[in-house]
Design a protein around this ligand. Structure first.
Ligand code: C5P
Length: 228
């Protein structure tokens, strides 16, 4: 099974307060995007395509391994993945879509996603349970009801897809439509989405506190982790 990964790395990093695209912000001395690429390869991905802000191609080329393909991203994550998918090798059997903003995703998670695809799932996402009490609120912020959390899951990346399924789902998605992840794109096309266990180490780096936690996780090593 030939697996190609698309790493979405064309975001700005404004919520992180960074002076460069978030994917180029360093974690323990290496850009986030480099960590993400390494995790994918260690988990069994053969080829990697990274979508970047068009104005930053050279900066990405300077830090990424030479065999990683660099593609201009778009104004939204959906547009960036669409561009990456167009560039991904037609010879791929499966495509994984990953966020550069999840630098410490363990190779085990990647391997679980690939195994589910190899077993025949057309689409699969890594998930974690919701551990906090979860409620609905009205327009004033007052609690209206508690949501039963047993069936709730937090969805992470990398998300895996049969390549033809993902290509067809993106082709059916209207131009300009913006969905929060790629599983939503295939679900909109009626494709069932399976789940595998995610990992707390796959946490997304969004604000400065997340980066500080990621630095701590690198320092602590695997012993400081919680797995679903
Ligand atoms: O902003 P957020 O962290 O939710 O973005 C998730 C991922 O999508 C990030 O890795 C970011 O670089 C990527 N992205 C993208 N193109 C955009 C916006 C975000 O590739 N236009």
């Amino acid at each position: 099974m030939h697996a190609v990964a698309i790493v979405a790395a064309a975001g700005s990093g404004s919520r992180l307060g960074a002076d460069r695209p978030k994917a180029l912000v360093e974690l323990a001395g290496r850009p986030l995007v480099c960590w993400a690429v390494d995790g994918l390869r260690a988990g069994g991905v053969a080829e990697v395509v990274v979508t970047v802000p068009a104005a930053e191609r050279e900066a990405f080329a300077a830090v990424l391994p030479g065999d990683v393909r660099i593609v201009d991203g778009g104004a939204t994550r959906t547009a960036s993945v669409r561009a990456g998918l167009a560039a991904a090798a037609a010879g791929a059997d499966v495509v994984l879509v990953h966020d550069a903003a999840r630098p410490l995703t363990p190779p085990d998670v990647v391997a679980r996603v690939l195994a589910a695809l190899a077993a025949g799932a057309p689409a699969v996402v890594p998930v974690l349970p919701v551990v906090d009490t979860t409620v609905l609120v009205d327009d004033d912020g007052a609690v209206t009801e508690a949501v039963p959390r047993a069936p709730l899951r937090r969805v992470q990346t990398p998300q895996g897809f049969d390549r033809e399924t993902l290509v067809a789902a993106y082709a059916a998605l209207p131009d300009g439509a913006e969905l929060t992840d790629d599983a939503a794109v295939v679900r909109a096309a009626g494709v069932p989405v399976a789940t595998v266990a995610g990992d707390e180490r796959s946490a997304k780096v969004t604000v400065a506190h997340d980066l500080a936690l990621a630095e701590l996780a690198v320092t602590l090593g695997p012993s400081g982790t919680v797995t679903a």
